[in-house]
Ligand binder design. Structure first.
Ligand code: GDP
Length: 140
């Protein structure tokens, strides 16, 4: 499998509880390298645009509010098959359905405040990485 990059976000529920290091350790233990990382406050406009694909879903407004409630840590993770590997480390969207070893099973508060975002395909990863990072900010 080829080396890939994926976009990860440590969400407000997790930054608020000071879990960045514990979550990063799970990524690194799985063989993912954090090749870019910054702590930022999303605006409503940014969060709304980032989650635009969910605009028609009933939880869209609440999701945008939860993503702007506190800072997030946006990151680029790199590794063999990074997109799928990160999805495996994250676990299912609903923490009640997530495997025990995953970030969401261990740390998520709810299906919405589920601690992490990860790109779902290499194509979306490229779009989502460019949403937050200039190429010069990514250092393998
Ligand atoms: P992901 O790829 O596992 O993050 O899941 P999705 O792309 O389907 O959803 C994006 C985000 O929307 C999730 O990570 C949750 O924060 C939120 N979300 C998804 N489904 C629900 C839901 O049924 N209710 C609420 N309140 N939030 C949801």
């Amino acid at each position: 499998m080829a080396t890939e990059r994926t976009l990860s976000i440590i969400k407000p529920d997790a930054t608020r509880r000071n879990l960045t290091g514990k979550i990063n350790a799970l990524f690194e233990d799985a063989g993912l390298r954090i090749v870019a990382q910054k702590r930022i406050q999303l605006s409503e406009a940014q969060a709304g645009k980032f989650y635009e694909v969910h605009k028609e879903r009933p939880f869209y407004g609440s999701l945008v509010s939860s993503m702007t409630a506190a800072p997030v840590v946006v990151q680029v993770l790199e590794g063999e098959g990074a997109v799928l590997k990160n999805r495996d480390v994250m676990g299912a969207t609903d923490p009640k359905k997530a495997e025990p070893h995953t970030v969401r099973a261990q740390f998520a508060e709810s299906i919405e405040a589920n601690s992490v975002h990860g790109s779902d395909s290499p194509e979306n990863a490229a779009i989502e990485i460019a949403f937050f990072f200039a190429g010069t900010e990514i250092l393998p």
